[in-house]
Write a protein that binds this ligand. Structure first.
Ligand code: SF4
Length: 174
């Protein structure tokens, strides 16, 4: 145990330094022009692109850009460089709404997509969106159970060029 003491101290100090640095950065970010200019509202930031949420129950995972506390309710916010909200953005937000509910035990009434020009678009957490997300998740699971059938995807060329399996992928677009 004596031999392990320096390692334990090192790990504990490392963890404390990380938590302190993260807390200082989050406070700076909440008060910064950077946050306001990007279209993110003021409020206590619970997560800042820092944690992947996972739901074993639904078989879903995702990492919202930010989760902000609005009067005790966790609200996911997602930044998009696009000028419009596309259906895929809404489905992605639907996944986040489910994951946030699983994680915090509170159902967020909405999430917010922040567009490239700073415009904020509210995505309501409706039963319809929820059913759509769960339907897509079930389709993906069913396809995975049949590995001979490829899952068709269409990614932007820039994303494919940066992808680690670019050379081997038959569906690459760039
Ligand atoms: S190269 Fe293939 S796996 Fe990579 S992002 Fe493109 S489609 Fe997806």
């Amino acid at each position: 145990m004596t031999n392990l003491l320096p390692v334990v101290i090192f790990v504990v100090l490392g963890a404390l330094s990380y938590l302190l640095a993260r807390s200082v950065y989050m406070r700076y970010w909440e008060a910064s022009d950077e946050r306001a200019e990007a279209g993110f509202i003021a409020g206590r930031t619970l997560e800042l692109d820092s944690r992947t949420l996972y739901s074993p129950r639904y078989g879903l995972a995702g990492k919202p850009d930010r989760i902000v506390d609005r009067d005790g309710v966790p609200i996911p916010e997602e930044w998009k460089s696009a000028g419009n909200v596309y259906p895929s953005h809404r489905v992605q937000m639907g996944v986040y709404l489910l994951l946030v509910e699983e994680e915090y035990g509170v159902r967020p009434p909405y999430g917010v997509i922040v567009l490239g020009d700073g415009k904020r678009v509210v995505v309501h957490n409706t039963g319809e969106l929820r059913a759509q997300v769960l339907g897509i998740a079930e389709e993906i699971r069913a396809t995975r159970r049949r590995p001979a059938i490829p899952i068709l995807v269409r990614q932007p060329p820039a994303k494919c060029r940066a992808c680690g399996v670019h050379q081997a992928c038959r569906q690459r677009s760039g």
